[in-house]
Design a protein around this ligand. Structure first.
Ligand code: EPZ
Length: 416
C-alpha cells in the first residue's frame, strides 16, 4: 500500500508545468473509436486512468502507443464490443464507451462504471438519452447491453447538466443520422475540449460551453491531432497547496481561464494571484481567511476542489461554510482532517468549519482521488509529519504529486 509522507511548515517556492487534463483526455480517448483511422492526442497525462482507458481500447482491437505525453490511437479495427470488467469498474469514464461503441458498431457491453465513491452516481440520464436516440439498452447483472441499428439525431434535454451524460450524448450524436440538439448540457471546459477535438476531426458541433449543443451527425471523420488542455483541477490543487504551506509558485499551463471562481475565492482568502496567459503566479503570506463556498456545475465552484477548500478553511482564521450540491457523499475527507485537529461540523449538504490557524500532522487515509490530494496539501500546512495512506486513489489522477510538490520546495516523499 502506497504512503505519502509530508513534513509541514516548509513554505513553497518554485515553478512547475501542470499536466494535461484527466477529465478532458478520457472522453477524447473514447472519441477516437468513432473514426476508423488514427487520432493523436498531445499533452496526455501519464496517470492510472489513462492507462486503464488504453487497456479498454486495446481490448477492443485498437492500437495505442503512449510516447512521453503523446498518445496515438489507431482505431481502424474495432472487433470486440465488450469492455473488460476490471477496467470498466476501475473508473467512471468507461461509461463513455457506451455512446461511442453504439455510434461505431451499433452494439456494446459495458459494466456499470466505477470511480470515486463520492455518491451514488447513477447513469439514468445516459441511458434515457441513448434510448431516445433509438438504442435498446438492457441492464442485466450489472452489465449494460446496448444495441442500435442506427442512432437517430433527436431533440434532447438533461434535467441536470451532467458532464458524463453530455459527453456520452455527443459521442453517440456524432455518429447518429440527423441532428441532435441537447438542452441543459454541461458547460465544463472538458466538454468544450471534446467538441473542439471532434470538430478538428471533421464533426459538426456547435454551442459547446453555452448549455445548448447542436450536433449534426454523420460527418465522415478524418485523422486528427489535438492537444489536451492543462488540468484545471490539478492546478487548483497546487494553488491550494501554496495557500496551505505558504510561499510562492508559478503554475504553467494551468488553464486559469477555467478557474475563475476558484481564483476569486482564493483571492478573498488572502492569496495574491497574477494570471499571465496560461500561467498563474501565486503568493501566499499568513493563514487563509474565512470563506463561504457553494459547489456547482461550471462555471460554479468545482466540486473536485471541495476537499481542498475544507483544508484551507480548517487551517484558516474564522468560521467558514461550504455547501456541496453535486455529490452527496463527498465529505469523507472531513473525518480525516479531524484527526489533524480540524473542527468541521457536517449537517446534510453543508459543512461548518471553525478555522484553527494550524493543523497537526497525523496518519490519515485517502478515501477518493481529490480527497487524497487534499490530505497531502493539508500536510504542507500542518505541524510535524503527515502520513497519507491508500494513495493509489491519488495516482489515478495526478501524474506525480510528490514530484510536483517537491519541485515547489515541499518536504515530501512516497513509500511503497
Ligand atoms: C465528471 O463526473 C468528472 N469525472 C468528475 O470528476 C466531476 O466531479 C464531475 O464530472 C462534476 O464536474 C470525469 O470527467 C471522468 P456528473 P460525472 O455526471 O460525469 C448526477 C474527478 O475527481 N447524475 O456531472 O460522473 C450524479 O450523481 C472526478 O476527476 C445522475 O443523477 O459527473 C451527480 O450527483 C470526480 N444521473 C451529478 O449528476 C446521471 O445519469 C453530477 O454528475 C448522471 C449524473
Amino acid at each position: 500500500m502506497s504512503v505519502i509522507l509530508v513534513q509541514g511548515y516548509h513554505p513553497l517556492k518554485g515553478e512547475i508545468e501542470i499536466q494535461g487534463s484527466k477529465n478532458a483526455a478520457l472522453p477524447m480517448m473514447a472519441a477516437a473509436i468513432l473514426h476508423k483511422g488514427t487520432t493523436v492526442l498531445k499533452h496526455v497525462p501519464r496517470i492510472q486512468d489513462v492507462l486503464c482507458m488504453m487497456g479498454i481500447l486495446e481490448s477492443m482491437g485498437c492500437a495505442c502507443v503512449l510516447e512521453g505525453h503523446t498518445l496515438t490511437v489507431d482505431a481502424k479495427t474495432v472487433r470486440d464490443i465488450q469492455i473488460p470488467e476490471e477496467n470498466g469498474k476501475a473508473m467512471r469514464s468507461s461509461i463513455m464507451l457506451l455512446g461511442a461503441l453504439l455510434g461505431r458498431c451499433g452494439e456494446a457491453y459495458v459494466h456499470y462504471p466505477g470511480g470515486c465513491s463520492i455518491g451514488s452516481r447513477p447513469i439514468d440520464m445516459h441511458i434515457r438519452a441513448l434510448r431516445q436516440m433509438g438504442a435498446r439498452i438492457r441492464e442485466e447483472d450489472g452489465i449494460l447491453h446496448g444495441t442500435a441499428v442506427k442512432l437517430k439525431g433527436v431533440p434532447l434535454s438533461l434535467p441536470y447538466p451532467s458532464v458524463g451524460a453530455t459527453e456520452n450524448i455527443i459521442l453517440a450524436a456524432v455518429a447518429a443520422e440527423g441532428t441532435t440538439t441537447l438542452k441543459g448540457a454541461a458547460m465544463e471546459p472538458e466538454v468544450e475540449a471534446l467538441c473542439r477535438m471532434l470538430n478538428a476531426m471533421g464533426a459538426n458541433i456547435s454551442g459547446a460551453g453555452t448549455g445548448i449543443i447542436e450536433i449534426r451527425g454523420g460527418s465522415l471523420l478524418h485523422d486528427g491531432e489535438y492537444t489536451v488542455p492543462g488540468d484545471r483541477i490539478v492546478a487548483g490543487t497546487y494553488l491550494s497547496a501554496v495557500m496551505a504551506g505558504g510561499g510562492s509558485a508559478v503554475l504553467k499551463k494551468s488553464s486559469p481561464d477555467h478557474l475563475g471562481r476558484v481564483i476569486e475565492t482564493a483571492g478573498a482568502m488572502g492569496a495574491r494571484i497574477k494570471v499571465d496567459g496560461g500561467d498563474m503566479k501565486i503568493l501566499m503570506e499568513g493563514r487563509p481567511g474565512a470563506a463561504c463556498v457553494v459547489t456547482g456545475p461550471y462555471p460554479g465552484f468545482p466540486t473536485d476542489l471541495q476537499s481542498m477548500m475544507l483544508v484551507l478553511m480548517s487551517m484558516g482564521q474564522g468560521q467558514s461554510r461550504l455547501k456541496e450540491t453535486v455529490f452527496e457523499g463527498r465529505f469523507a475527507t472531513a473525518k480525516e482532517l479531524r484527526k489533524m485537529g480540524a473542527e468541521i461540523i457536517i449537517e446534510g449538504k453543508e459543512a461548518l468549519v471553525n478555522g484553527k490557524g494550524r493543523l497537526k500532522g497525523a496518519c490519515v487515509e485517502a478515501h477518493d482521488l481529490r480527497g487524497g490530494a487534499a490530505l497531502v496539501t493539508a500536510g504542507l500546512g500542518a505541524e510535524g509529519e503527515t502520513r497519507v495512506t491508500c494513495c493509489h486513489h491519488i495516482f489515478r489522477g495526478y501524474e506525480d504529486i510528490c514530484r510536483d510538490l517537491k519541485n515547489l520546495g515541499a518536504d515530501i516523499r512516497r513509500e511503497g
